[in-house]
Design a protein around this ligand. Structure first.
Ligand SMILES: [Zn+2]
Length: 472
């Protein structure tokens, strides 16, 4: 079976046939860095990280480009309010985004271009559009002529006559039609500018993504991703610019659902309490990744603390099995070997679920079923059965970026070089406890267990003797 993806442009699930066999190119609209990220921003990073991992597991050589919009009205507004340079606002928030992506285990993109580093490419694209009659300069602005492209509106499924004014300029008289959108914005006092043949100014938001995606991935590339809120006008306008210029542009359009609170899209005021930096003081990053990644990427996530807690508990059930099973069967993974074998080492039902438009909820159901089998094998002392389930669970989890024994999670949990030291110290305490129990001094034995618990060490008695883990 081959990978099938829901293509927004076709409004249908389509078989994924890459432009070049064995290769896949992906452009994801990344952050507009006017503020630090909340979970609504990072969800698309997690969803598309799962896509990249699945494409790689399926033996595609992936080129992944995720941009940074480092110049924008909102960035300029923040800079003005704080009386700091615009680039300092962009830099600070870009770091916060990078920190969040890293914390949640998103693999870095192959390239992360910034808009302001690609003005020459934007000028070239505008020149092509002006030369071919699809754009016009007007008083220092450059606008796209929406009437010049009969297919305008086809990506978001709208007809031009039903569209409203673009609302992206203060001087509407400069436009031929109010629905024409700005490719380039003329210089305004106090704003940064770059020189162009049509006067100094700064990039419009849509233009940069057309310029950067085609620079790094080619005039035609495989997949363009982003949040559903970007479909119109941003993606419609990106496609219009590139198609009008004669580029094939994206062959598949993928949109992730939004994170909502009380049925509403997260806004800045609603999202403030759900900033990633803030949330990671209260929840482990791997559990936040599980929460954001577990839903189907096209479904909305309605945030609630209860749902977050439930998903954390579900991940800990998986993790508990992996930790216990590794103690019995060893943590040597299938690691490199499994990666080399790709999807062939995965349960067929898991592969089928992932190939079906990234059916992560169904794929996770297979993980949980395998954990259940593994726990039964573990309880029966069946080392072979335990090892088999463990191998399958970890290989599936690694596709989802959730293997507790692999980086970055393993490093975070182990405490680096201190693990053997802690293990030996706790071993001393546990030996004392065993000695107390042997002489039937249960009060002393319980006191040792309680003291360990007070220090965050959870002791559990198993048929194979006591084991410990850090309380989560
Ligand atoms: Zn974009």
């Amino acid at each position: 079976m081959t990978l099938r993806l829901y293509d927004t442009a076709a409004r249908a699930v389509r078989e994924f046939t890459p432009l070049h066999p064995g290769k896949a190119s992906l452009y994801l609209c990344g952050a507009t860095v006017q503020a630090p990220p909340h979970i609504g921003h990072i969800r698309s990073g997690v969803d598309f990280d799962i896509l990249v991992r699945w494409l790689r597991a399926s033996h595609y050589q992936v080129t992944y480009c995720r941009n940074v919009t480092d110049i924008d009205d909102k960035i300029l507004t923040v800079a003005m309010q704080e009386e700091v340079p615009w680039w300092a606002v962009a830099e600070r928030n870009q770091r916060a985004f990078s920190r969040a992506y890293d914390a949640l285990g998103c693999l870095p993109p192959d390239v992360e271009p910034r808009a302001t580093g690609h003005v020459p490419e934007m000028i070239t694209l505008m020149q092509r559009l002006i030369d071919s009659g699809h754009a016009y300069p007007s008083g220092g602005d450059v606008f796209f002529d929406v009437h010049s492209l009969p297919s305008y509106g086809c990506l978001s499924g709208q007809r031009l006559e039903h569209m409203r004014a673009a609302g992206d300029t203060e001087d509407a008289s400069a436009k031929h039609d109010l629905r024409d959108f700005a490719l380039w914005k003329r210089a305004k006092p106090g704003e940064p500018t770059w020189p162009t043949p049509w006067g100094p100014g700064r990039p419009g938001w849509h233009l940069e993504c057309s310029a950067m995606s085609t620079k790094y991935l080619g005039a035609t590339f495989d997949i363009h991703g982003g949040g559903l809120d970007l479909l119109f006008p941003h993606h419609e306008n990106e496609q219009a610019q590139s198609h009008a210029a004669g580029d094939g542009f994206a062959r598949y359009w993928l949109h992730n659902g939004l994170v909502r609170i009380g049925g509403e899209k997260m806004s800045k005021s609603l999202g403030n309490s759900l900033l990633i930096d803030q949330m990671l003081t209260q929840i482990r990053p791997v559990e936040l990744r599980y929460y954001l990644g577990q839903a189907h990427y096209r479904s909305p996530i309605d945030y609630s603390p209860e749902a977050l807690a439930e998903s954390g508990a579900a991940y800990r059930r998986i993790e508990g099995f992996v930790t216990r099973a590794a103690e019995l069967a060893g943590s040597e993974l299938p690691g490199r070997e499994a990666a080399a074998r790709g999807t062939s080492s995965l349960p067929a039902a898991f592969t089928a679920a992932m190939d079906d438009d990234l059916g992560v909820p169904q794929a996770l159901a297979i993980v949980h079923d395998t954990v259940r089998d593994g726990n039964a094998a573990l309880a029966a002392g069946d080392t072979g059965g335990t090892a088999k389930s463990l191998g399958e669970v970890r290989t599936m989890l690694s596709v989802l970026g959730l293997d507790p024994l692999a980086p970055p999670w393993a490093a975070a949990e182990s405490g680096g070089d201190l693990r053997p030291v802690v293990d030996a110290l706790i071993g001393v305490a546990l030996a004392q406890r065993e000695a107390a129990r042997a002489r039937k001094d249960f009060a002393a034995a319980d006191a040792i267990r309680d003291q360990l618990l007070g220090a965050g060490v959870l002791v559990e008695d198993t048929p194979r003797g006591p084991r410990w883990e850090l309380r989560r």
